[in-house]
Design a protein around this ligand. Structure first.
Ligand SMILES: Cc1cc2nc3c(=O)[nH]c(=O)nc-3n(C[C@H](O)[C@H](O)[C@H](O)COP(=O)(O)OP(=O)(O)OC[C@H]3O[C@@H](n4cnc5c(N)ncnc54)[C@H](O)[C@@H]3O)c2cc1C
Length: 388
């Protein structure tokens, strides 16, 4: 075997570099192996929303732990993450009011700054919005968005400063095990050995599961995003998940608004298939939707579009934990929502690997075995699957 490390992390998306950072903080010497370059997968296409409103308490807790990193990035990690506080609104159809209220209660109990606001309050927070189709919303005044590429680079720099090693253009092509324990990997650059291997390969995680005999229940989710130039009269607006209109949107620098849709995402495309263009009718649907919520956007214009892809699980929630041979770990299947939780995922995975269990919070419900047991994750006050 070639060079030897304490752990091999496969994939330099935000999840892989967060895990490597936290392992290095715990005194391990990990190597991160990336087939292309940092943040070239879902991370580099991510919309970067940082909010804590989830229907599943465990996800809200991961987001809350992570929020404290984004809020205090310099001190906690170093470098920049580009966190921009805009305030966050969760808007949904009146039929979901009971769930919204119950989820906000849960979030407050966790310590998250969240409150129920009326449609009239929303009009005060965001005067450009129409508010006739909902009665209440959840409001997180401290939330906003961050820059996933900056975040990843900061995690990587901080990991390297603590002894981690990084190889780009290094594709893992095989995983070796002896007597039920992982021993190392084969790559396009040669062999590396370690007693711990973490599959953080996003939409490409499936083949890396098969290398240790595990078939992951992973599909792909392909998601279109538009940046629109906002007319000046709208001014600033908060970050919003607008499930009443099946979309989310947030402000971006340079007077832009990022818009994406919850419906008609493309499922099951090959991980490496073409992502050059958004779907044929996407721009029209996105513009129609945002103009329903902000009619003044009629005077806006299209700035750009892009496409991104993530791994999707049957319950649209991540797979975290050990599986297969001893020393093999999974942190994948983030189903289009894994940026905002990546700091906590890195912390909890490092605790699992180093201490044998995650101390900060219990992540065992995210284990791969839930699919075999038929115990798919569902929010305590669920809204149904996000992506349709
Ligand atoms: C368009 C879009 C918008 C999103 N918006 C949000 C949002 O607003 N908020 C939010 O929280 N989340 C959002 N997400 C989800 C979030 O971005 C992802 O869940 C997260 O970035 C996943 O990170 P990752 O590290 O698991 O995967 P990735 O970033 O995909 O990284 C996986 C890496 O593994 C590498 N790799 C694969 N195979 C191999 C191999 N054999 N050897 C070596 N390396 C390999 C890949 O090249 C890749 O760099 C969005 C995702 C997309 C696509």
């Amino acid at each position: 075997m070639g060079d030897s490390y304490d752990a091999i992390v496969i994939g330099a998306g935000v999840v892989g570099v967060s895990i490597a950072f936290h392992l290095a903080e715990r005194g391990l010497k990990p190597v991160i192996l990336e087939r292309k370059e940092i943040a070239c997968g879902a991370t580099g296409r991510s919309s970067g929303l940082v909010r804590m409103h989830y229907a599943l308490e465990a996800e809200a807790r991961l987001a809350w732990i992570s929020f404290q990193y984004f809020h205090d990035w310099q001190a906690r990690v170093g470098g920049e993450c580009g966190f921009t506080r805009t305030g966050f609104l969760y808007i949904d159809v009146p039929a979901h009011d009971t769930q919204v209220r119950a989820n906000v209660e849960t979030h407050k109990r966790i310590g998250i700054s969240s409150e129920i606001v009326s449609a009239a309050d929303v009009k005060r927070i965001a005067p450009a919005f129409t508010t006739g189709d909902f009665s209440i919303a959840a409001y997180e005044p401290e939330s906003g968005y961050a820059d996933p590429v900056l975040t990843s680079n900061s995690f990587l720099a901080a990991a390297k400063a603590r002894g981690a090693v990084y190889f780009q253009d290094c594709e893992v092509t095989g995983i070796s095990s002896t007597a039920g324990k992982v021993t190392g990997v084969e790559t396009s650059r040669g062999k590396y050995s370690a007693p711990v291997i973490v599959n953080a390969a996003g939409a490409w995680a499936g083949p890396l599961g098969l290398m240790v005999g595990i078939k992951l229940p992973l599909d792909t989710w392909t998601h279109d995003v538009a940046h629109l130039r906002r007319p000046e009269e709208i001014g600033e607006h908060p970050t919003v998940i607008d499930s009443a209109l099946s979309m989310y949107f947030r402000p971006d620098t340079g007077g832009l608004t990022l818009v994406a849709l919850e419906d008609n995402n493309r499922l099951g495309e090959a991980p490496d298939s073409d992502m050059a263009y958004v779907a044929r009718d996407f721009v029209q649907r996105a513009v129609d939707r945002i103009c329903q919520r902000m009619p003044a956007m009629e005077k806006g214009s299209l700035q750009s579009t892009h496409v991104g892809r993530d791994g999707l699980t049957p319950d649209q929630r991540a797979i975290l934990g050990s599986a297969g041979p001893q020393g093999y770990y999974l942190a994948t299947g983030f189903s289009g929502t894994g940026f905002k939780t990546s700091p906590a995922v890195g912390l909890c995975m490092a605790e699992l690997i180093v201490d044998g269990a995650s101390r900060t919070m219990d992540i065992s419900s995210f284990g791969l075995d839930r699919f075999e047991r038929g115990q798919l994750l569902k929010g305590e006050h669920d809204y149904g699957n996000i992506w349709r």
